[in-house]
Every structure is written in structure tokens, then in C-alpha cells.
Ligand binder design. Structure first.
Ligand code: SAH
Length: 261
């Protein structure tokens, strides 16, 4: 597997020539209970639960093996996080508007990213794992992550969405999720290093800060724009000075923007 050394202090990573098979799924930790009082959109309580279970069954059928990820996605009401007009489509496998020109990621994409990101973390270690998400958006993926690991830090550059996510998550009283307002290209140094980093917005390259804030042995999953399309890159920090990159799927995320708004 190809590797590279940091150049002039800047971390680099290197693409191996052939794609890697996904790691074998870890045995899940027993799901921790979230208070079940996330606000339900009016009139779609039970129906949404059935739709959510169908969504999770489809995810399993599509190859998602980590049952902790599936359980977490079965427990978070996705319809609460999308614009009300789209709530009835919340359990379809598509991205949907969340306002401010942004979108909630497709369930398949969320599941695959989290499965890959958490694969190196043994189930007992997940309870103390700290994970950074760049691009909180509506807060959906952050809520799913909070079911899976000990501590989630999620950063968003649009104040309106940062506040919206806070509102979406308020009644869930998730104690292990810290929402940060700021430019996530710098990561969140105060909580680093991370056991995994997931980004929900695509830049032209992976910021050095993310590479440096990743623990050795940990994975970073991020979409990157290259050659006119976006690829989901999986980067593993294999030593303090080595990173190994694998290209996974072609994906479509919103752009990673500079600064805050
Ligand atoms: N995690 C969300 C997806 C949100 S879409 C989900 O659960 O589906 C991606 C988000 O990344 C958008 O809200 C966008 O505003 C945010 N974003 C883009 N550039 C960013 C940056 N530099 N720092 C932090 N957030 C950023």
C-alpha cells in the first residue's frame, strides 16, 4: 500500500492504486437509549416508524453490515430534520433540502460513511471514542453518531443552520453531542485528536488540520472534488507521519466553503 511522508511539515496522503474492500463490520455495542421524545412531525408518528424500519432494511440489503449503525439509524426520526414540505419523503434514499441551500445526506451515504469511519474502533472502545463531523447541517448525522460513540463534536459554518440543528436536537437531550459554530476546515483543535472524522461537504483537497487532528489508526471520510466530480475518500492515519488514502464511491455533496456566514 503506497504511503507518503509529510513535506515541509504539511501532512500528505497518498492514493493506493487499487480500491480496498470495506473492513469487516465490527460487532456492535448494545444501543444506548436516547430519550424517545424527538418531536414527531404531526400525523406521521407510527407511519414514520414503519417507513424508517423499511429504510433500514433496505440499507442492510444494500450491504451495510454494521448493526450498530443500522440500529442507530432505526432510532433517529429523519423526518424531523428535513424541511416540513419534504417530511413525507424523509425515508426515501435521497438527499433532501434542509434550507439555506443545503441538503441532508442520503441515508445510504450516511450509513456507508459511518460504517467505514468506525470500522477500526472495537465495539468496547466506541463508548469512549470522540468523533468530529464537519458540516452539521440539520444535525441528522450528528444525532446518529451520538448513538454510536462516546462524544460527537459537529461544526457548521452557517449560523442559521447551526441554530436550526440546535433546535432539531433540543428535545432529544443528547448529552454527548457538542455543536460548534465556525469554519470546519480548521477542524476543532480543542477536542482533538479524534477517533474518526467525517465531512459532509466537498473541498478540492483534504485540509491539513483534519489529517493532523486524526488519531493514529483512525479514519477520515470526506468527499473531495477532483476531475470534475466528487469522490468519497477514506484516509487512515497509519503512523504519526503516514496517511493512506482509498477512493470509495462517486458522491454528490454540497461544497466545503471558506469562512462563516
Ligand atoms: N451532516 C448533514 C449534512 C449537511 S450538508 C446531514 O446530517 O445530512 C453539509 C453542511 O456542511 C452544510 O450545512 C454546509 O453549510 C456545511 N459546510 C460547508 N462548508 C463548511 C465549513 N467550511 N465548515 C463547516 N461546515 C461547512
Amino acid at each position: 500500500m503506497a504511503r507518503s511522508k509529510p513535506l515541509n511539515g504539511a501532512p500528505r496522503y497518498f492514493a493506493p492504486s487499487r480500491p480496498q474492500a470495506p473492513s469487516p463490520a465490527a460487532r456492535p455495542t448494545p444501543p444506548r437509549r436516547l430519550p424517545a421524545d424527538l418531536p414527531a412531525a404531526a400525523g406521521i408518528g407510527m407511519a414514520s416508524e414503519r417507513a424508517r424500519l423499511r429504510m433500514v432494511a433496505a440499507l442492510a440489503q444494500s450491504g451495510v453490515r454494521d448493526s450498530a449503525v443500522l440500529d442507530a439509524m432505526a432510532s433517529i426520526p429523519r423526518h424531523v430534520f428535513v424541511e416540513q414540505a419534504f417530511a413525507s419523503r424523509a425515508y426515501e434514499d435521497c438527499s433532501l433540502p434542509i434550507g439555506h441551500g443545503q441538503t441532508i445526506s442520503r441515508p445510504t451515504t450516511v450509513a456507508r460513511m459511518l460504517e467505514h469511519a468506525l470500522a477500526p474502533i472495537a465495539p468496547p472502545a466506541r463508548a469512549s471514542a470522540v468523533v468530529l463531523e464537519v458540516g452539521t447541517g440539520c444535525g441528522y448525522q450528528a444525532a446518529v453518531l451520538a448513538r454510536l460513540v462516546g462524544q460527537v463534536v459537529s461544526i457548521e459554518r452557517l449560523r442559521a443552520l447551526h441554530e436550526q440543528a440546535r433546535g432539531n436536537l433540543r428535545s432529544a437531550r443528547i448529552g454527548n453531542l457538542r455543536l460548534v459554530f465556525g469554519d470546519g476546515r480548521d477542524g476543532v483543535g480543542s477536542m482533538a485528536p479524534y477517533d474518526a472524522i467525517v465531512a459532509a461537504a466537498a473541498g478540492d483537497r483534504i485540509p491539513d488540520a483534519w489529517l493532523m487532528q486524526l488519531k493514529v489508526g483512525a479514519r477520515l471520510l470526506a468527499p473531495v472534488s477532483e476531475d470534475g466530480r466528487q469522490t468519497l475518500q477514506m484516509i487512515e492515519r497509519t503512523s504519526p507521519s503516514d496517511w493512506q488514502m482509498t477512493r470509495l464511491d462517486t458522491v454528490r455533496f454540497v461544497p466545503l466553503r471558506v469562512g462563516t456566514n
